[in-house]
Design a protein around this ligand. Structure first.
Ligand code: NDP
Length: 420
């Protein structure tokens, strides 16, 4: 029995909410709140027609406004808040949860919408120098809530999507069951899906393009090594997908894994991209369309990347057109009982199967299912611990069981091909 407030009703949220409805024992009441309430109303109607017993209400909320959030939380009185809006809203939603003493869960770490804001910019430039990576996002803003969440007796579960989220749980599982010591981790994110467009992004275009066009980096011997965007390229033959080009990116779980598994000597993250995606992205970047700095156009302030988002297909609309599979997982090298060992834990997910089940493509599906699982573990008390934590910091076993139960079965390959 629980009351959950879900904030956001985009591609990922739609999957998370439908999966919560499937998990009838845990999720008995839900409030779906977002900027565009019509999306929440449509999903409520769909779930009611399908006969799910969960009691659903909807609300409009501006998640950039702490007061608006606090009012909604005080009115609805949820046991937890699941943030599946955008990373821009992480801190406002955390502040509201703190004020109302309610558990908080999200799928992506904080990044600011306005990267030119002077106070944030000064802190960012200092962090770039001190830590040695230039991504706009890092965990420091949310880790700062550790003591405040502890004092309030509430849990903050950060980054329970697939990557971050499941990849971090795979790491905890590998350490618990397969290794005495992990030496290297390669996280491989392959989308072998084809949506038929020359260019589209599989999740929020603004967040996706910011991440992919940034410098790459990896963790080695206790520090960051930064690369130019797309500088490191490898080929990998992904089970059930085939041979793909993949590129080294900076990714947020590396930061948490580097901190929580200090023995690991190297952590890298690779993502596959097709040539058409890369060519379009390069052209758009060259003409300034990926910029987050507003320009004046016919008397109005326009942020180029937000204008681009309005032109691109809505990721939530890619479901019916996307065919093929994703394969996301981690290759671990290390030592068990004095012997060297390598394993690859991965999940394969089929875009069309996801569409048939929930009306979504696999990127939203592979993020929304773990969002439900993390929330369920907090609500049932299995992952409840005052403070703020990433998914690698809890017992991985119940999470791994729920992945199998709710549509993301995983495989452990004990003789995988390695990435050089
Ligand atoms: P979408 O853009 O599809 O959805 C975002 C939703 O948030 C929309 O419903 C939007 O409302 C709502 N929203 C945005 N701003 C506000 C606001 N100020 N107040 C209230 N609601 C707001 O994004 P996705 O579903 O693709 O992504 C959701 C989250 O999942 C992101 O944080 C993303 O980074 C994360 N993610 C994590 C992954 C992982 O593996 N860990 C992978 C993919 C995504 P409106 O409908 O009005 O636009």
């Amino acid at each position: 029995m629980s009351r959950l407030l879900v904030i956001g009703c985009g591609g990922v949220a739609q999957v998370a909410i439908q999966k919560c409805a499937q998990n009838k024992e845990v999720f008995t009441e839900m409030c779906l709140a977002s900027r565009t309430v019509s999306k929440c109303d449509a999903l409520k109607e769909k779930l009611e027609k399908q006969g799910y017993p969960v009691k659903i209400t909807t609300a409009t909320v501006n998640a950039d406004d702490v007061k608006d959030l606090v009012k909604l939380i005080k009115d609805y009185k949820p046991d937890a808040v699941l943030n599946v809006a955008l990373p821009y809203q992480d801190l406002t939603i955390m502040d509201a949860c703190l004020e109302c003493k309610v558990d908080y869960i999200d799928t992506a770490n904080y990044e600011p919408e306005d990267t030119d804001e002077p106070v944030w910019r000064a802190a960012y430039e200092k962090r770039c120098k001190e830590k040695g990576f230039t991504a706009y996002f890092d965990y420091s803003y949310q880790w700062e809530y550790m003591d405040k969440f502890k004092e309030a007796g509430i849990t903050g579960l950060l980054g329970t999507g697939f990557d971050p989220g499941v990849t971090s749980v795979f790491t905890a599982y590998a350490k618990k069951h397969y290794f005495d010591r992990i030496d290297t981790i390669d996280i491989l994110d392959c989308n072998g899906g084809d949506h038929g467009y020359a260019f589209a992004t599989n999740f929020n275009p603004e967040i996706n393009l910011r991440e992919v066009s940034a410098n790459g980096s990896y963790w080695e011997d206790g520090h960051w090594v930064e690369t130019k965007p797309m500088e490191i390229k490898r080929e990998y033959d992904f089970p059930q997908v085939g041979m793909k080009d993949m590129y080294l990116l900076h990714h947020e779980e590396i930061e948490a894994l580097g901190k929580n598994f200090p023995e690991v000597k190297r952590i890298r993250f690779f993502m596959t991209f097709g040539q058409s995606y890369l060519d379009h992205m390069r052209c758009l970047e060259d003409v300034g369309m990926l910029s987050t700095t507003p320009i004046k156009f016919e008397g109005k302030d326009i942020v180029p990347i937000q204008f681009l988002k309005a032109l691109l297909p809505d990721p939530a609309s890619l479901g019916p057109r996307t065919v093929g599979k994703t394969n996301i997982g981690c290759i671990f090298k290390g030592v068990k009982d004095g012997k060297e060992k390598t394993i690859y834990i991965y999940n394969v997910c089929d875009h069309q199967e996801c569409y048939k089940e929930l009306g979504s493509q696999a990127i939203s599906y592979t993020t929304g299912v773990p969002a439900m699982i993390g929330t369920a573990l907090v609500l049932t008390g299995k992952w409840k611990q005052p403070g703020v934590y990433t998914t690698d910091e809890f017992d991985p076993d119940p999470y791994m069981e729920l992945l199998n139960e709710y549509g993301l079965p995983w495989v452990v390959d004990e003789a995988p091909k390695l990435v050089d």
